[in-house]
Design a protein around this ligand. Structure first.
Ligand code: TXA
Ligand code: MG
Length: 318
């Protein structure tokens, strides 16, 4: 739904207003030292669904979670010895660490896109730091540009791409680094997933060993990386308007007799927010050899990302 996007100043009043909007599940873009981020409450399914909607992302790529310091990261991520060392050397700064997700993390499953890992970043920009502290929780924030467009390094760039789709932008001036953070996978052997604002040489010097490459942050959802609790055990049938006896039917829009509903009103943002939770619930209802059927979801807006995820879940497994 179109909304008027406010440009907030980097003052205590501006930050208080930004934190209030975020607490209400709205989206607020803000400056970091790398690029502007499109922030939403990482614990809120609706806020995270809105991020994908605002960016027009055709897939649920996992999002980076921003926190003010290492202590805040420990709430939802397993911080091992190597992560400790890197954090001490480079946080706050343009380094994102992909770490094992903690059980009961409290993060929306849309943030991790069903992976068992979470990308964590502690930005150095004073505005980002002040906003994280004013908000008092983790912020999911991809770069604040429409999907497929160049990342923004000024508030006017964010406005040009996302005005009308988000609640506000906090103006923090030009981004000093200007390219996204370096992403390092630490769930297994240290692996460079995306080169970025922190040189690889600095990471290798800190770890005392060369980094493995070959990871691809843009495609982390290779089937082998999907957490088993999101690969449903039940067989999944898609675009089902008439379920067969014994199938657990997940509805979208009016679906008389559906056991579960992505959205009874056919709202795609609500459906995206419910998706990962409902896949689990349907799996539990269906039982080990059960069958799950999902009603058709229109291939527009967030529907494209929902269908992409459903097709992956329904694909034959090895
Ligand atoms: O500098 C930055 O990192 C900026 C600012 C706003 O912090 N953020 C940013 O986010 O570039 P985004 O969403 O544009 O890029 C996030 C990248 C994606 O390529 C995504 O696939 C990867 O991080 N990613 C997120 N979680 C991951 C995970 N659990 N495993 C592997 N890759 C992950
Ligand atoms: Mg990006």
């Amino acid at each position: 739904m179109p909304q008027s996007t406010r440009l907030l100043p980097p003052t205590p009043e501006g930050l208080t207003e930004a934190a209030r909007l975020l607490a209400a599940g709205e989206l607020v873009a803000f400056a970091t030292e790398t690029v502007y981020g499109l922030g939403g409450d990482a614990r809120s399914d609706i806020a995270c669904a809105r991020i994908f909607e605002a960016k027009g992302r055709p897939q649920f790529n996992p999002l980076i979670v921003h926190v003010p310091d290492l202590a805040a990261a420990r709430v939802f991520a397993e911080v091992g010895e190597k992560a400790e060392r890197l954090a001490a050397a480079f946080w706050p700064g343009p380094l994102t660490l992909v770490l094992p997700l903690r059980e009961g993390s409290g993060l929306s499953p849309l943030v991790t896109a069903g992976l068992g890992t979470v990308a964590v970043r502690v930005p150095a920009h004073p505005l980002a730091q002040a906003l994280l502290r004013a908000f008092g929780g983790p912020l999911a924030a991809p770069s604040a540009n429409p999907s497929g467009k160049v990342s923004p390094t000024r508030a006017v760039h964010v406005m040009a791409g996302l005005a009308g789709r988000i609640a506000a932008v906090v103006d923090g001036g030009d981004c000093a680094v200007g390219v996204e953070s370096t992403i390092l996978g630490l769930a297994g052997e240290p692996t460079l997933l995306r080169p970025g604002g922190l040189p690889v040489e600095a990471l290798e010097a800190c770890l005392g060993a060369p980094l493995a490459t070959g990871g691809d942050a843009a495609k982390p959802s290779a089937p082998g990386q999907l957490a088993s609790h999101y690969a449903p055990g039940a067989a999944l049938r898609l675009e089902v308007t008439e379920p067969e006896p014994g199938e657990v039917w997940i509805g979208f829009g009016p679906c008389a007799g559906a056991a579960l509903a992505l959205s009874e009103t056919g709202d795609l943002v609500e459906a995206a927010a419910n998706l990962f939770h409902l896949l689990r619930e349907a799996d539990a209802l269906a039982g080990p050899d059960g069958r799950v059927a999902v009603a058709p979801v229109p291939e527009r807006g967030l529907g494209r990302a929902i269908n992409d995820r459903l097709r992956r879940a329904a694909a034959p497994r090895p």
